[in-house]
Design a protein around this ligand. Sequence first.
Ligand SMILES: Nc1nc2c(ncn2[C@@H]2O[C@H](COP(=O)(O)OP(=O)(O)OP(=O)(O)O)[C@@H](O)[C@H]2O)c(=O)[nH]1
Ligand SMILES: [Mg+2]
Length: 253
Amino acid sequence: MEAHLDAMNKQPFAVGVSVIVPAMNEAENLPHVFATLPDWIDEVVLVDGNSTDDTVAVARRLRPDLRVVVQTRRGKGNALIEGFRAARGDIIVMIDADGSTDGREIRSFVSALVNGADFAKGSRYAPGGGSDDLSPIRSLGNRFLTGLTNLLYGTRYTDLCYGYNAFWARHLEVLDLDCDGFEIETLMNVRAAQAGLVIREVPSHERCRIHGESNLHALRDGWRVFRTIWRERLHGAAVPAPAPEVVGVALAK
Ligand SMILES: Nc1nc2c(ncn2[C@@H]2O[C@H](COP(=O)(O)OP(=O)(O)OP(=O)(O)O)[C@@H](O)[C@H]2O)c(=O)[nH]1
Ligand SMILES: [Mg+2]
């Protein structure tokens, strides 16, 4: 599997790819994360969450071509929004800085997009995906929130709250992202559905954070996700008919 993924990384695409990495005190993890990034990506944008360790210095040392963005508010959502705004590529890929998302999977996401998807949504539950990290409470919460979203939006998502996704930068306008916290992925997923974008799930294997502690609090952030799902359904754009659906799974070849 490892050799297979390495081989896949040599295959370039004729589109510009920006990788956005939100990072708050991830200096110890960045060497592992950056080592997995394929050499054909066009830029890496690190969004620093006012880290108190040497996250930015380590990141710059690892990648002299790195672009660093400072977020304007607090939270992962705000970090990603600022990173998306700064991105120059045709395609935007978002990955975590804690070692849980493997940069070698970027090929599968970009492949889904160049093959017709508007939005490539990572899933730990799609065939070929998985997680070393999901606690029972997070897993239960995620399944409930995923089911609720599917019910209210007519989607067929298998994994709502997952931070590994990619999309064409041209869709930023229609996504119109405006939130601060961990509900960002949910907001993207429901807005993509409401906009009628072609959404393809990409199987992804989540690993455990390597060093440091989680910034996510299951109850607080689960509640924010829940509120986002309802608020968008009540006040957001009408769901287009026929309801958008996940068109399939882009299995890594
Ligand atoms: N810039 C910035 N990055 C953040 C912020 N909160 C979280 N992150 C980053 O977002 C990514 C995901 O956050 P995590 O704390 O790992 O959350 P999680 O993946 O749910 O929790 P784990 O189980 O520990 O992996 C990591 O790269 C964090 O460094 C923030 O407020 N600002
Ligand atoms: Mg994490």
